[in-house]
Write a protein that binds this ligand. Structure first.
Ligand code: ADP
Ligand code: XUL
Length: 525
């Protein structure tokens, strides 16, 4: 029997999951989640983000992620699992966020004192105390500058898989370089959240995998190397500051002596980390073209596997590297779970009441529509947040719940057409996928069967499966990905929600109406 550990450092929490693989048996044997706001209140985050007066700014403290890692691995040490069996560890993290480290970080990582908490020892390694994260929308000027320097949005998308997006790391780095040139000059390593966490475990600077590196507007999607043109367009002397890019199966070393002594963990193999969406692709079992998953987490995302990268000509979506070595298409909405919480709270509901609101209202509500841009939106790009309603009374609780969820599902459906996938089944994951009333709207809007997954946290499961896959590959096994995901990363057959014919017809028309409403409002801005 071997144990594999997956970690996921998301916007709001750090989750760890151990799976046991024993011949044909595969099982989740341990799981632990630490919520940043609740469990590490000293950092004063709200939903994992530091409060800001400017709605375009979103940053988080990297020390908080480090402290969470220390706490979660302390729990693993007392889990009762036979940790001598722990063979490999992999992880995933929210994408795009950037951590700025100085020269002292190299020695600090290598000489951590196991008698002392991790976070206490890291305080002096940052050139910026905060990390801009995926919710940051403050870099429109930098996006325009980078796009212009490489010859336009389409050219940048052709090289990197995406036009310039505010939250992508290249524009974020450019902003730091422009606004804080001294801090930028003192920065010797710019990590993504994934490579930062992996570096803490390895005791030395870790590489990035192509899945997360493709969320930066800096990697050439075709060669999986840094793009000279994109680097030059972004910031001076950038390449030496970036981690190397290594294939998703790379074992980057062993768990460092710090963890072995501090929490009595074995020198397990450490696999390069990736982004939460690539990890969720594996964790929802999407290893063939034509299947899609929808993740209803802090962000709402829809993604599917691609063998060859075809980029969204409309510029809404992204092409990233996939854990299988293929590609994945992805469309991301910022106003996901937190928008649902906002409407829930505004009308004094709990999740049961929210579900009941969906169950007691009718599809389409005679043309009631909402554009739920409570916060700046990613898809479509909306930098000045505002909620727009049509045929909808803002005070009507149930109608607003339905209009919100319909809007989110219609936006996901309309803005993922570019992937060219005929969506017949959807594997649903993320915190809100527990809510079957929301999944009913998803099934009807997409006209597709929707399944819940056996293991709810797909990003974390995907990380554990990647640990197993890379370890097996290092041992010379040629086990295909379809065999890795079988049995754990599978939809629950009995959870199937089939689309209702009448509702599908209503939404076919309403989706077109929604697209017109969206275009009309955007054209007036
Ligand atoms: P992330 O990984 O991005 O931090 P999760 O996938 O853990 O986020 O999802 C967290 C979100 O799940 C919460 O913000 C909450 O709004 C949502 N959620 C949890 N339970 C329910 C439910 N029953 N119905 C709808 N949403 C839910
Ligand atoms: C994807 C994106 C989000 C984050 C946070 O491009 O920005 O899904 O990865 O989960």
């Amino acid at each position: 029997m071997r144990l594999y550990l997956g970690l996921d450092c998301s916007t709001q929490s750090l989750t760890a999951m151990a799976i046991a693989i024993d011949g044909g048996r595969r099982e989740v044997v341990w799981e632990r989640s630490l919520e940043f706001d609740r469990d590490l209140p000293d950092y004063r985050t709200r939903h994992g983000v530091l409060p800001s007066a400017d709605p375009l700014i979103a940053v988080s403290p990297p020390l908080m992620w480090a402290e969470a890692l220390d706490a979660v691995l302390a729990d693993l040490a007392t889990s009762g699992l036979d940790l001598t069996r722990l063979t490999a560890i992999a992880g995933s993290a929210q994408q795009h966020g950037s951590v700025y480290l100085n020269q002292s970080s190299t020695a600090c990582l290598a000489t951590l004192d196991p008698a002392r908490p991790l976070a206490d020892q890291l305080r002096r390694i940052f050139t910026r105390e905060t990390a801009p994260i995926w919710m940051d929308a403050s870099t429109s000027a930098e996006c325009a500058e980078i796009a212009a320097a490489v010859g336009g949005a389409a050219r940048l998308a052709g090289i990197t898989g995406s036009r310039a997006f505010e939250r992508f790391t290249g524009p974020q780095i450019r902003r730091v370089a422009k606004q804080h040139p001294d801090a930028y000059a003192a920065t010797t390593r710019i990590d993504l959240v994934s490579s930062f966490m992996a570096s803490l475990l390895a005791g030395r600077h870790a590489p990035l995998d192509p899945g997360d590196a493709s969320g930066m507007n800096l990697m050439d999607l075709h060669t999986r190397c840094w793009s000279r043109e994109a680097l030059d367009a972004t910031a001076p002397d950038l390449e030496p500051k970036l981690p190397p890019i290594a294939p998703a199966t790379t074992v980057i070393g062993a768990l460092s002596p710090y963890w072995q002594t501090r929490h009595r963990l074995p020198p397990a193999a450490l696999v390069v980390w990736t982004g939460d969406n690539p990890s969720s692709l594996a964790g929802t079992g999407i290893v063939e073209e034509g299947q899609v998953a929808v993740s209803l987490g802090t962000s709402d995302t829809i993604f599917g596997l691609m063998h060859t990268p075809h980029v969204d000509p409309g510029g809404a979506g992204h092409v990233f590297g996939a854990p299988t070595g293929d590609y994945m298409g992805l469309t991301c909405l910022r106003n996901g779970s937190l928008a649902r919480e906002r409407i829930r709270d505004a009308h004094g509901l709990d999740w049961r009441g929210f579900s009941r609101a969906l169950e007691t209202t009718s599809p389409g509500q005679d043309g009631a529509l909402m554009l739920p841009w409570f916060e700046p939106e990613i898809t479509p790009t909306v930098n000045a947040p505002a909620v727009h309603r049509r045929n909808l009374d803002a005070g009507a609780p149930h109608a607003n719940v339905r209009a919100l969820v319909e809007a989110q599902m219609m936006a996901l459906a309309n803005h993922s057409r570019w992937m060219g996938i005929d969506v017949r089944t959807i594997h649903a994951t993320g915190g809100a996928s527990a809510n079957r009333a929301i999944l009913r709207v998803m099934a009807d809007v997409f006209g597709a069967d929707v399944f819940q997954c056996q293991v709810g946290n797909a990003a974390c499961l995907g990380a554990a499966l990647r640990a197993w896959h890379a370890d097996a590959a290092a041992r010379g096994s040629t086990r295909p990905w379809s065999a890795i995901v079988a049995g754990l990363a599978e939809p629950i057959a009995a959870s199937r929600i089939q689309p209702d014919g009448d509702a599908v017809r209503i939404y076919a028309a309403l989706r077109a109406e929604y697209a017109r409403f969206e275009a009309d409002v955007l054209s007036r801005r």
